[in-house]
Design a protein around this ligand. Sequence first.
Ligand code: BGC
Length: 424
Amino acid sequence: MTRRPAWRSALLLSALLAALLPAASSMGAASGGEVEVLHFWTSGSEAGAVAELKSSLHRKGHVWKNFTVANGGGGLAMVMLASRVNSGNPPTAAQIKGAAIQEWAHRGGLSSIDDVARADHWNALLPHSVSETMQHNGRYVAAPLNVHRVNWLWIDAAALKKVNARPPTSWDEFFAVAEAMKKAGIIPVAHSSQSWLDMGTFESVAIGVGGAEFYQRAFVQLDAGALAGPQMVKTLNTYRRLKQYSGSQSSGQDWVASTAMLTHGKAGMLLMGDWAKAEMQAAGKRPGSDILCVAMPGTAQTFVFDIDALAMFQVNDKNKQAQRDLAHAVMDKDFQLAFNLAKGSIPVRQDVSLERFDDCARRASADFKASAKRGTLLPSLAHGMAQPAHTVARMWDVINQFWSNERMSADDAAARLAAVARQP
Ligand code: BGC
């Protein structure tokens, strides 16, 4: 029988309590406000994590309204958000990423939650790399939920044993393991061809090939020499090699389906951030033993981060307090524990004990701190942490075309990357 981890039982219990308390929540709602949150957390594990936030707001007497856009990675969600804001009807908050938070704040769309942040001592609780992306002109406009690590390689321990190999630490070793799995009749890589995932893999290949400094030059500074140079060409060629090891089903497959391939023993490896871990756990797998977590080849000294945050929009006076309560709830210590256990990420608050977390989360936390000291904490391009959405979308497009069109050369793709990255 599959043993259900204690945190999952707690999650089920809180969902049950929330379901048993409709009378109490609607009674409280009379004096409370409404909190409408746009997000794209639609998988089973993601919905479980959102339920934590919803019950926290219910307990304060507010009505929770989901504005869910089913599109992993958030592309469509951002289009829907823009249309709501443009029509003068913004949600209370939206799940948006670092660079987009700054864009929205710059346009004057966001509301300050600085009073909550100051009263709750956010500056002291958050790493500087996080707190600075939550502020605009020195005022908090967004509340951070978690830190996801993007540069993970997940390996089915049984498949690795079958080919008698060790977790790869370089791309050469990775392809040797992939080749062995292929010969043993195992699909080596559970790939998903959604563009944000392609890009997430691609950016980590770039670190493995060219190092952290190359990543900074290419994806943070958008240096044309780095984007069109020999290391980018090598990155593109390495990335393309993955194709021959990805199953034929990968085209159009979303991240939940590729994660399920690994979880159900249909593929040997998965290159993806740790939101995938939450799906594995939900299916009864133990991360760190049934499914191994190692840094993507050549990226062990780095941490590519993706921070989920709720940016606060301008709301009417009636819902102002509800918005403040939302900001307060997101940074609450117990909530950070429950949400991150359900989400696969690590708490963004530095004072939350990791005792109840799995080995992979503990490794993520240690690597986050070590990378911060080393200067190799890298903002994920694919997840909107390094560049504004329109730049990322153009670069996604090039990478996606390069993956699907075998006739496009790596030199050509590198030149295109450099060209689109600089377009206003
Ligand atoms: C988000 C995660 C989410 C994942 C899949 C990432 O960009 O940061 O919270 O689970 O996409 O939708």
